[in-house]
Design a binder for this molecule. Structure first.
Ligand code: AMP
Length: 551
């Protein structure tokens, strides 16, 4: 029997039209580094997005499901692109501006981007790449920055346009097409540390459903009374879905543009008083150091979504003291990204909540999860059996982009035979459904046939008052196969030595897991999206570049 319900496609267009009308007075505020930020209402953004769509179609000939790339910071123009491009039926392709040049070139070619939107401040990055981007015909520049070198590099092969001029005289109405909700809306390549980057293609439907989940009270649960400081880049998994989710509910956005250092972030928070923020742990580590040295009022920011890497419990405690509650979320480019959030169950005291807060959290209804053991067997949720996390759901990737006119690809190490995403994350799930990740499959330390969690060691080390950051990697060991190497960044003026750090761990970590190899580093190397880059540390070790002390 068929249902009697209407079958209305779930599209980004619908989110745009809703946001610009029902929540027309909500605002996107973009930091400019000058005395006043740039403020635009959702109504203005919607109108400008409409004119951008007209400019892309009538001015630059964008048709069908062509990819349109952005090389941009978080700002209102990028939000306009977020809505204009998918709503006209094209595919928004956000480029990660921190990727190495050769990967960026590879990605633009793979997606065959013909039109590229760029911020003027990023031209020094784009200009040297341009001769290597044969598919690019149009570059559209917005914001401050010298255009001279671009005009020179573009020559006759590439047309350069000013964003504001391009959209200026376009009609403020657009005949938005009726789209299939399963059609591609946006794409993002993984920041993958091995092999070529892999393209994840989000559908209108997956974005719509994911946005609804982001808005649920058990996830970020924001309303039009909130302002969210969106530090997580728009090129990193759609800024965790915030631009879409906020247009559904009228949440105001505060966009840092290129001002991502701790000092301007602290100033932004004090002046604009966001109630929420979203970013990876390294941002919060940096901000904490900043406000410890130069106190600022962060009190408006009651809730923070922290994800992309494990949140050290010590960081959570430090922010608790500032009245800022960090709530961990786990996800991946492949999961749109919301996979879990660590809201504790109801009815607990603060003390009882703690063991839940330090997990990765529980799965929403839209994300089904299972743990696969080494032989592919499905493990119980008993809080003890550790396996690789596999997930499926309407906003989880089932394949990667295979290239223009090519079939999607499903590598066996990324997808199970029955179609679940193999996350490469190893962990346990408690009987009440809370996930605790103990490692990346490739980072876990296999010592004498047992697993040592590098994350557990890092968290314990970062709870030491003199340790700013710590990263632990596996290094080869003749006797045990692998052993942990602890690399630490000490706070200024620290006097702790390795023996005392090891002693500090002794109470918290099983004795056989304690590292005997130690090295101080100036900073933990980070990936393009601000996560610990452990392969660099492994390479430093292999190349003898670290001053290692063995206890
Ligand atoms: P990306 O696709 O770049 O967002 O990377 C996804 C990976 O980041 C996941 O597979 C995890 O290894 C890691 N990750 C994301 N969120 C968390 C979290 N809350 N705790 C631990 N690891 C995380």
């Amino acid at each position: 029997m068929l249902s009697t319900m209407q079958d209305v496609p779930l599209t980004v267009t619908r989110i745009l039209l809703h946001g610009m009308t029902i929540h027309g007075s909500s605002q996107v505020t973009t930091w400019t580094g000058e005395s006043e930020p740039r403020r635009r209402s959702f109504a203005e953004i919607g109108e400008r997005a409409t004119r951008l769509a007209a400019a892309l179609r009538d001015g630059l000939g964008v048709t069908g499901d062509e990819r349109v790339a952005t090389l941009m910071w978080n700002n209102s123009e990028h939000v306009e692109a977020y809505f204009a491009i998918p709503s006209m039926g094209a595919v928004l392709h956000t480029l990660n501006l921190r990727l190495p040049a050769e990967q960026l070139v590879w990605i633009v070619k793979h997606a065959a981007d013909r039109v590229l939107l760029v911020n003027g401040s990023l031209l020094p990055l784009l200009v040297p790449l341009l001769p290597h981007l044969p598919t690019v015909e149009h570059v559209v520049v917005s914001g401050v920055g010298d255009r001279g070198p671009l005009d020179e590099a573009a020559g006759t092969a590439v047309q350069v346009h000013e964003y504001e001029e391009l959209i200026a005289d376009r009609p403020a109405v657009f005949d938005w097409p009726e789209l299939d909700e399963r059609a591609a809306a946006a794409m993002c390549y993984t920041s993958g540390t091995t092999g070529d980057p892999k393209g994840v293609v989000y559908s209108h439907r997956s974005i719509y459903l994911h946005s609804m989940q982001v808005n649920m009270a058990e996830s970020m649960g924001l309303t039009d009374k909130d302002t969210s400081l969106v530090v997580v880049p728009q090129f990193h998994v759609n800024a965790w879905g915030l631009p879409h989710a906020t247009f559904m509910t009228g949440v105001n956005m505060l966009m840092p543009d290129r001002f991502l250092q701790a000092a301007p972030l602290a100033e932004m928070i004090e002046r604009e008083r966001p109630t929420h923020a979203a970013a990876v742990p390294t941002i919060w580590q940096g901000l904490l150091a900043e406000v410890t040295a130069h106190p600022r009022d962060l009190s408006s920011m009651a809730r923070v979504t922290i994800g992309g890497a494990a949140c050290p419990p010590a960081l959570m405690e430090a922010y608790d003291k500032l009245g800022v509650r960090l709530c961990a979320a786990w996800g991946m480019t492949e999961t749109s990204p919301l996979g879990t959030m660590s809201n504790p169950p109801a009815g607990l005291t603060a003390e009882e909540e703690w063991p839940y807060r330090v997990t990765q959290g529980r799965f929403p209804a839209g994300v089904e999860a299972r743990l696969a053991g080494p032989a592919g067997d499905i493990l119980p949720w008993d809080g003890e059996s550790a396996g690789e996390l596999e997930v499926r759901g309407p906003w989880i990737a089932g394949a990667y982009f295979g290239g223009v006119d090519a079939e999607p690809v499903r590598p066996a190490d990324k997808f199970s035979d029955d179609g679940w995403l193999r996350t490469g994350d190893v962990g346990v799930v408690s009987p009440d459904g809370y996930l605790t990740l103990t490692d990346r499959a490739k980072d876990v330390i296999k010592s004498g046939g047992e697993w040592i969690s590098s994350v557990a060691l890092e968290n314990a080390l970062m709870a030491h008052p003199e340790v700013a950051e710590a990263a632990v990697v596996a290094v080869p060991d003749d006797r045990w196969g692998e052993r942990p190497l602890a690399t630490v960044v000490l706070k200024e003026g620290a006097t702790a030595d390795y023996a005392s750090l090891r002693e500090f761990l002794a109470g918290k970590i099983a004795k056989w897991q304690l590292p005997e190899r130690w090295a101080v580093v100036e900073a933990v190397p980070k990936t393009s999206v601000g996560k610990f880059d452990k392969k660099v540390i492994r390479r430093w070790y292999a190349d003898g570049e670290l001053d290692v002390t063995e206890l």
